[in-house]
Design a protein around this ligand. Sequence first.
Ligand SMILES: Cc1ncc(COP(=O)(O)O)c(C=O)c1O
Length: 388
Amino acid sequence: MSTAAPPLSQAALDQITTPAYVVDMAVLKRNLATAAHIREACPCRIILALKSFALPAVFPLMRRALDGTTASGLYEARLGRESFGREVHVYSPAYTPETLRKLLFIADHIYFNSVDQIERFLPAIQTHGEDIQVGIRINPGYSKATVGGDLYDPCSPHSRFGVSRKDLDKLPWEAIDILHAHALCESLHDGSVGLIRHMGREFAPYIRRVKAVNFGGGHFINKTGYDVEALVNAIREFRAQFPVKVILEPGSGLVVDAGYLVATVLEVVHNEKDIAVLDASAACHMPDVLEVPYTPPLFGADKPGVHPHTYVLAGNTCMTGDIIGEYSFQAPLKTGDKLVFGDMLQYSFVKNNTFNGVPLPDLGLLHEDGSYEIVRRFGYDDFKRRLR
Ligand SMILES: Cc1ncc(COP(=O)(O)O)c(C=O)c1O
């Protein structure tokens, strides 16, 4: 919840047609400066997890601070290759032969999830001829994800992610370049440092057989309270112990608090409570609100009952549970009011949908001089193309 005034000027707000996801370029630059500092201080490589945030319009800026991208499959890998450049890493729990064949021409780092997958596809990589680094994801047995419980804990019981410790000796270590362990989610430095030390303690014989260790994503490096120097020191300690390169692949930590979802109040209805229907929807535009679940920060508002006017904010869909949250305001809401939700870049527009034919929000940039640029506007054709 945020009682602070919206970080956009009235002039900027007036320019924005809602709904719209808006990247705050000044904050994004600050976030990227943190990543650049970590990269140099450790040193380590940092790549953007495209699953969290993928907006080619800001890739030129991100490319200057980062080493490349990591993808969850063929399409993201292609996007990384075509629109970001630099290193293209890809990890999937399972590749088909056809996907793998295509990835050989796109990715330069391919990570496998199981003994079977690496054994099946290693020959194709080795005969491909290009210099492709091979990674293996292991299950480090380290549960420190801070949100979502088992939903976002890659090491939860029966997880399909990564080779279990008991199977590690079955792997063809002579052909493996990178050991990969993703275990965090929105974790502060204690999670990052804990994972790094845990890996050093528990998997030393395997770390000594590879050239690099990838500590995955979930490092919330730009979140208030994250001690960046603690991460830097942990990586330095790790590198002093093991002669390997270190890779981090955050998504959320690079874009946290760097963007907004701007919405308009369409109507106010009453059913024991005041309910404001918005042109932004939890179900369509901010699915994590329902999945995690959580109540997103809203500038100029507070928890219910703090200010005199409390409203349930809801989407303009048929889904009863399409509720963004309950908030209180200093003044009554009315049709046409604009509302600015905070921290709306990660896992928002990459996951949105057009359920009920609800229009997709614009993608826009709020530049440092206060001007607003629409990167992409969606319409009926985008809705129809996915269905016909
Ligand atoms: C393998 C892997 N790497 C990186 C990430 C990015 O995580 P985050 O956006 O929390 O930093 C994820 C998220 O699920 C992931 O599964």
